[in-house]
Design a binder for this molecule. Structure first.
Ligand SMILES: [Zn+2]
Length: 113
């Protein structure tokens, strides 16, 4: 259960943020997840609901923003948007690319009161 681990990590971060701000309830959490992060949004929502039981975030809503993925061609150096790890370079058709964006998972906003 990869997503459950992620969910509990997110909750930890969000609770730390809320406590730092002197808040008792987390009302909303916003996440940015890269297209290639390999996270099942459905499973993450499910896991989040499970880990938030009896926490500061029990009533929090989870908003997930998907960020696009970008790769840099190792052959000609051009950067281009990708849908998967195996998309070839649009300029030289090389498939030796480095993913430069799209694998991240970031806590963007914690709304607490
Ligand atoms: Zn290229």
């Amino acid at each position: 259960m990869h997503e459950l681990t992620i969910a509990s990590h997110i909750l930890e971060l969000a609770e730390a943020e809320a406590r730092k701000a002197g808040c008792r309830t987390i009302t909303g959490i916003e996440l940015e997840i890269g297209k290639l992060a390999g996270v099942e949004h459905e499973a993450l929502h499910f896991g989040f609901t499970a880990v938030c039981r009896d926490s500061l975030a029990e009533k929090a809503s989870l908003n997930i923003i998907t960020t696009p993925a970008t790769a840099k061609c190792s052959g000609c150096g051009v950067t281009f948007p990708v849908q998967s790890y195996f998309d070839p370079c649009p300029k030289c058709a090389s498939s030796l690319n480095t993913i430069i964006q799209g694998e991240e998972l970031r806590l963007v906003t914690v709304n607490a009161e």
